[in-house]
Design a protein around this ligand. Structure first.
Ligand code: ATP
Ligand code: MG
Length: 197
């Protein structure tokens, strides 16, 4: 492509982009869902949270399922003055195998989540692995949808989990699917500190 053609193409592209930017003028918080079987949902959520913190925004995390290990993100963020970090779950559900205990943990987590969704001092909430609460029917999705819809106008919420309840997808602003094309685990590589947790 000649320099002149390139310039013309870029000018046309800029006009289209400028119009799109001008059209997207609404300011409000968004509900972001990060789903799918690939690796990168929770780490993307915490990356976005780091971005918010960089701008001085107050954030809270609820970990609905606790892993076997203390995660690097927990160690990094837990003492940050702009972050409240709640670990509510009891470990992997297939490891605990105690449904009533899991339901109690989910209900306690929801009590905390609901309060956060009513508090306009929080700019961002991350509900990590919340989707499993609906998959295993530990929580009812309807009150969650209602609380999300009633939340403060500028509050952003990110929910992660492999499968996402449909009522959440209906009210979400952004949905990204992390596809599993390959994972080192299946090549026999052990879960690594700093990569997996
Ligand atoms: P990450 O926390 O790394 O962003 P994730 O939130 O997308 O991962 P989860 O479903 O929460 O993925 O799984 C958490 C753990 O399982 C991570 O240690 C991750 O590396 C691992 N994992 C994610 N996807 C896969 C996969 N397709 N196969 C095997 N292990 C996976
Ligand atoms: Mg995750």
């Amino acid at each position: 492509m000649t320099d002149n053609n390139h310039k013309k193409r870029m000018a046309a592209k800029k006009a289209v982009m400028d119009k799109k930017i001008a059209d997207a003028s609404e300011e409000r918080g968004v509900l972001i869902l990060l789903k799918g079987n690939g690796k990168g949902k929770s780490s993307s959520a915490f990356g976005t949270m780091a971005r918010s913190i960089g701008h001085g925004k107050k954030c809270a995390v609820i970990q609905f399922i606790k892993g076997r290990n203390e995660t690097g993100e927990y160690k990094f963020f837990k003492d940050h003055p702009l972050v409240d970090w709640h670990v509510m779950g009891h470990g992997f559900t297939w490891e605990t195998q105690d449904k009533s205990q899991d339901i109690r943990a989910a209900e306690q987590a929801w009590v905390v989540a609901e309060k956060l969704l009513q508090d306009n001092t929080y700019d961002m909430l991350v509900f990590d692995e919340m989707s499993y609460m609906f998959k295993y029917q530990y929580l009812d999705v309807a009150p969650v949808v209602e609380a999300l819809q009633q939340r403060p106008k500028y509050q952003n919420v990110i929910i992660t989990g492999r499968t996402m309840a449909l009522p959440l997808q209906e009210i979400a602003d952004t949905i990204s699917v992390v596809q599993d094309e390959r994972h080192a685990f299946r090549l026999g590589v052990k879960a690594q500190k700093g990569i997996e947790y």
